[in-house]
Design a protein around this ligand. Structure first.
Ligand code: ATP
Ligand code: MG
Length: 286
């Protein structure tokens, strides 16, 4: 089942078409990860899925209805989007920024409810930013700031969450923490409780292969392959999409495909490489 779909979606900036007749059905309650080289149209696609960009052709549908025809507030209650380079209002504090995630849920007769408070506290705890609550966002480190933006998107508590490179600036431990959190959102415990649908753009292929239920590989504004990472991540795909030689082995921790860059070892290739000078030669020709 897919609440969010793209039909013949064509996206352009002025006269340059960036995404060509894309067909995509985002599986409900799963983590979909989009990968692909720089400038292939990942962010553009994500922005269109979140209605930040109007299609040049085709449409994005939510529950079968064109996004363009759904009231903005209703979309904001259903779809949360973390852009690639969000810009915070000047001098805003962490707590205030995260609270802005609640705007779609507020009414003119009630500006702030206990439910809003709970969602904000919960989002800040899950992203480990409670201790930063009173700090101005523009004074934070890149990684701290990134976690605050994720908190804001979480506080929105939408069924669909679109995250453009959520792990940028994060150290390796925080990357894993955020990706574990993303998986937890889609597959909450206890099993059977409401799972969210996540679409994330990631640059790290190995993390993508670890965390995606559904992987979408894009190149030049088109989908080259999609499916479960185990079914689609091969050295051939990596070469086709990134133009990179690699060896794909099972990840020793998860068994998911692990892409190791470099051409496979071959004795004949090694014969082309000049042997290192011996010690005595080096002494003679320093
Ligand atoms: N606001 C814009 N105006 C004009 N062209 C744009 C705009 N945003 C993106 N583009 C162009 O559209 C193409 C796709 O950009 P997009 O940001 O979707 O790439 P991406 O796959 O997200 O790349 P990256 O991995 O570098 O984030 C690029 O050629 C880019 O220069
Ligand atoms: Mg991008």
């Amino acid at each position: 089942m897919s609440r969010l779909t793209a039909r013949e979606l064509t996206l352009a900036y002025e006269d340059r078409t960036v995404v060509h007749e894309l067909e995509l059905a985002v599986p409900d309650g799963q983590v979909t990860v989009i990968v692909g080289p720089n400038a292939c149209g990942k962010s553009t696609t994500l922005r269109a899925l979140g209605r930040l960009l109007k299609p040049r052709g085709g449409a994005v549908l939510l529950d079968g209805q064109e996004l363009a025809k759904i009231p903005t507030k209703k979309i904001a209650q259903s779809i949360g989007l973390l852009p690639q380079s969000p810009v915070a209002p000047e001098a805003i504090t962490v707590a205030d920024l995260v609270s802005r995630g609640r705007q779609p849920h507020q009414h003119w007769w009630q500006q702030w409810s206990r439910e809003d408070e709970r969602a904000v506290t919960d989002a800040m705890e899950r992203t480990d930013v409670q201790s930063l609550a009173e700090r101005p966002v523009d004074e934070l480190s890149g990684g701290q700031r990134q976690r605050v933006w994720i908190a804001m998107a979480l506080a929105q508590e939408t069924d669909l969450l679109l995250l453009d490179e959520p792990t940028t600036y994060l150290d390796i431990a925080h990357q894993v923490e955020v990706l574990d959190l993303v998986r937890q959102l889609a597959h909450p415990t206890p099993i059977g409780s409401r799972g969210r649908t996540v679409v994330a753009v990631l640059h790290d292929l190995n993390q993508a292969a670890r965390y995606a239920d559904h992987l979408v590989a894009m190149k030049s504004g088109r989908i080259v392959a999609e499916g479960h990472p185990k079914d689609i991540v091969t050295a051939d795909l990596v070469r086709e999409v990134f133009g990179l030689d690699s060896v794909v082995v099972p990840d020793p921790v998860t068994g998911s495909p692990l892409v190791v860059p470099g051409a496979p070892y071959s004795p004949s290739r090694l014969a082309d490489v000049p042997a290192p000078a011996t010690t005595s030669e080096r002494l003679r020709h320093p």
